[in-house]
Ligand binder design. Structure first.
Ligand SMILES: Nc1nc2c(c(=O)[nH]1)N[C@H]1C(S)=C(S)[C@@H](COP(=O)(O)OP(=O)(O)OC[C@H]3O[C@@H](n4cnc5c(=O)[nH]c(N)nc54)[C@H](O)[C@@H]3O)O[C@H]1N2
Ligand SMILES: Nc1nc2c(c(=O)[nH]1)N[C@H]1C(S)=C(S)[C@@H](COP(=O)(O)OP(=O)(O)OC[C@H]3O[C@@H](n4cnc5c(=O)[nH]c(N)nc54)[C@H](O)[C@@H]3O)O[C@H]1N2
Ligand code: SF4
Ligand SMILES: [Mo]
Length: 694
């Protein structure tokens, strides 16, 4: 049978690669990178190919499921919507609005049917208990953007294709494919950069990205703020800040620089492991480069000083004249805007969590408080939960604790395609149809891309009668909840209409029809300076010295507590064949050697009497797991490195292959009280653990 190619954007990660999906009749038979996509130019990673496995996976849920005890039965969609709506409304009737919580996971942001439809449903719940994967990920970025530029998504992006000097902290895009820097085929882009200029990677592990870099610096986990402070001091010692381009647009830069100058960084080498002379050299190179950009991602965001690090990174780009400049860091002007009129700039501390009193950010509470909000009795206790495309039992701090808490809920409904570690606690699972059956526009990742691009993905096949799109499920639950709670119903129009409304709001002139005619996507050119013209702060200026950041500097300056002598600092690791916790049921991704072992420096293994390949017990203040340890001089002495998202051996799940993969969950070790203070983002990296023979 003749093969026919259909095209769409990959829905799996921030790189939004164009895919060419080959069909024989209605059967999907092969997937390749779309060579005609002007942005991804044929790039595809093993996960893109594993869509073949996802589509054919017998464990994937296809119809609504209702649990009675430990038994699951399939039910009809209308019955499922009605039950979800009634039970959520009933819990709120009996216990108040805050008794219903919601948790939204990472894939939400990859599905137009979630991102555009969930806000209305969540708003109608009127609960303070809204949570998402953002608070185990990029909250520090959003908070800094909101404080300095006035909007949580006014996010300067590294101009990777044009910069001459890239200082990268706590990111491994060669494995993760780029993040808050949508750059499909990043390896190729970094290779070109290393030939043209210089790529310096700062990471406690010599990662795949570090291997491709011009220079790699080991840094002690959690100490980046010290490195950045010393670096800024060295940069400023070389001459006045280059701020001519920002004249009249800077508020309180002198205050910020004075506070930074006042920090005593003489012991920076002890704290970071990086020599002062090296920092001075990097400062000179950064300042002298025709263009330069500093960028920090997961490794510097999900640690105790995440927001401080992100602020210092913005200031470094600013004082060297590289902010809002080609070759530096500058925001994208997206065809569907994520900033400006009709978007939510972000707010902080409009309410606090009931038990621990942590401030809200952007309408959400930190997910680190979810378990205690479920378990602590009293008015406002969470008794019901809606999860949508999330697996917080494996992906948020003290997953075991949350696992226990979920078992105590009165009602839980999950919009998800698998019966996994989290959804096994649900009373009802509502599984959406394949993304390949739904239109899609990647609102956020077009907006965080390193070029101005726009792409609409149209359905590649029809939905069967008993399949529902994500947006239909969310609309269905919203309508049933409105009916049961007596609130007004708001049935949102189908995705193409919503995408058209978004494009119209952007005013670029691009239409749905035009995008529909361009299945490989539109390239609208490189990034252009636009930040200064788009500031949304009350002053109309860049707020250089947010009070929260000056307070953090004070807190940082207090003497550091010494590590326990036997402790190692645990950091994460992403592999090109993983996707957080949820693609381990795909044969293509899990075949071959296991990828969930602990990496430890050979000296640290030897001093503990542990052989390479032995099983070890890894213990933190919160819990303990057993894993295989491997010696590796790619990790710094004093550091242990483990991927997250494993630990699929819990009872009651339905993911046969993932169950065989087993591994153990990093987040059985992480601590709900380890947070980045200003944002409440989880500090997942840099936690103290002991490693001993099992
Ligand atoms: N220790 C440690 N923990 C981490 C991290 C780390 O680096 N270290 N990283 C953190 C980060 S950056 C993130 S973003 C979070 C992720 O945290 P989560 O989003 O909670 O976890 P995921 O593993 O992405 O779970 C995705 C869920 O979505 C479901 N799903 C997949 N496709 C679809 C779909 O099309 N529709 C629906 N409805 N459901 C779908 C999957 O079955 C799965 O249940 O984890 C965080 N946790
Ligand atoms: N293959 C694959 N790709 C993914 C994902 C996946 O699970 N698998 N997840 C997706 C998601 S949700 C996200 S958010 C992105 C994340 O994208 P990235 O931020 O690039 O993710 P990581 O690979 O976790 O890189 C974090 C790096 O920080 C380092 N690190 C840890 N602690 C510290 C520290 O204290 N200081 C410094 N300087 N570095 C530190 C780690 O060694 C690691 O190399 O990736 C996305 N892409
Ligand atoms: S890099 Fe990301 S977007 Fe590209 S094919 Fe892989 S998973 Fe899909
Ligand atoms: Mo993430």
């Amino acid at each position: 049978m003749a093969r026919q190619s259909r095209f769409r954007a990959c829905p799996l990660c921030e790189a939004i690669c164009g895919l060419e999906l080959q069909y024989e009749g209605e059967a999907l038979v092969a997937i390749r990178g779309d060579a005609a996509d002007p942005f991804s130019r044929g790039h595809v990673c093993p996960k893109g190919n594993a869509i073949l496995d996802l589509e054919a996976d017998p464990d994937r849920l296809r119809r609504p499921m209702r649990r009675r005890g430990s038994e699951w039965q399939e039910i009809g969609w209308d019955e499922a919507f009605a039950e979800a709506g009634e039970r959520l409304a009933a819990v709120q009737r009996d216990h108040g609005a805050d008794a219903v919580a919601a948790y939204l996971g990472n894939p939400n942001i990859h599905h137009f049917g979630h991102i555009a439809y969930l806000p209305a449903l969540l708003k109608s719940l009127r609960s303070k208990n809204i949570y998402s994967a953002s608070s185990v990920d990029q909250w520090p970025h959003q908070l800094v953007d909101w404080m300095m530029y006035g909007h949580q998504f006014l996010l300067p992006i590294p101009d990777v294709d044009r910069t001459d000097y890239f200082l990268m902290l706590g990111a491994n895009p060669v494995a993760s494919n780029g993040s808050l820097m949508t750059a499909p085929g990043i390896a190729r882009r970094l290779e070109a950069l290393a030939l043209r200029g210089k790529l310096v990677v700062v990471d406690p592990r010599r990662t795949e990205t570090a291997e491709a870099a011009s220079e790699h610096l080991f840094i002690r986990p959690g100490s980046d703020a010290w490195f950045l402070l010393a670096l800024l001091q060295e940069v400023l010692a070389l001459g006045a800040p280059r701020i001519g381009a920002y004249a009249g647009k800077l508020s309180q830069l002198d205050d910020a620089l004075a506070a930074i100058a006042a920090v005593d960084t003489r012991d920076v080498e002890v704290r970071t492991g990086i020599a002062r002379a090296t920092i001075a050299r990097i400062a000179g190179e950064f300042r002298a480069a025709p263009s330069a950009v500093a960028y920090g991602r997961m490794g510097v965001s999900t640690q105790a000083w995440g927001t401080l690090c992100q602020w210092l990174i913005q200031l470094l780009n600013l004082v060297t004249g590289n902010l809002d400049r080609e070759g530096g860091s500058l925001p994208n002007e997206a065809a569907i805007p994520v900033t400006g009129p009709g978007t939510s700039p972000g707010q902080r501390d409009r309410w606090r969590s009931r038990v621990r009193g942590l401030p809200e950010f952007a309408g959400e509470l930190p997910v680190s408080v979810l378990a205690e909000e479920i378990l602590t009795p009293g008015e406002g206790q969470v008794r019901a939960l809606l999860t949508c495309a999330g697996n917080p039992v494996l992906s948020t701090p003290d997953g075991r604790g949350l696992d226990t808490a979920l078992a105590s809920l009165d009602f839980m409904v999950s919009i998800d395609i698998y019966l996994n570690e989290t959804t096994r606690h649900a009373d009802l699972i509502l599984p959406p149809a394949s993304p390949l059956t739904q239109p899609h526009y990647d609102v956020h990742f077009n907006a965080f891309a390193v070029r101005r691009v726009a792409k609409l993905s149209l359905p590649l096949r029809e939905r069967a009668d008993d399949e529902r799109a994500d947006w239909e499920i969310i609309n269905g639950v919203a309508a049933a909840y409105a009916a049961a709670s007596g609130k007004p119903a708001r049935d949102l129009p189908p995705p193409l209409a919503m995408i058209g409304m978004g494009l119209a709001r952007g005013g670029s002139g691009i239409t749905v029809d035009q995008l529909a005619q361009a299945p490989h996507g539109l390239d609208l050119g490189p990034l252009r300076p636009s930040l200064l013209a788009r500031l949304e702060t009350a002053s109309g200026c860049i707020e250089c010295a947010p009070p929260l950041m000056l307070q953090e500097l004070q807190r940082l300056a207090s003497p550091a507590a010494a590590d326990a002598p036997a402790a190692l600092r645990l950091i994460g690791r992403r592999d090109v064949r993983s996707n957080n916790s949820w693609m381990h049921n795909a044969a293509r991704l899990v075949k071959g050697k296991p990828r969930h072992h602990l990496l430890v420096h050979p000296d640290d293994l030897a001093s503990r009497g542990i052989a390479d390949g032995a099983r070890v017990r890894v213990a933190s203040a919160v819990g303990a797991i057993e894993v295989e340890a491997r010696a590796s001089d790619a990790v710094m002495p004093g550091v242990a490195c483990l991927p997250h998202g494993f630990g699929h051996d819990r009872p009651g799940t339905r993911q046969a292959r993932a169950r065989d993969v087993v591994g153990a969950s990093y987040n059985d070790l992480t601590d709900v009280s380890a947070l980045d203070g200003p944002s409440g983002n989880a500090a997942l990296n840099g936690i103290e653990v002991t490693v001993s023979p099992a």
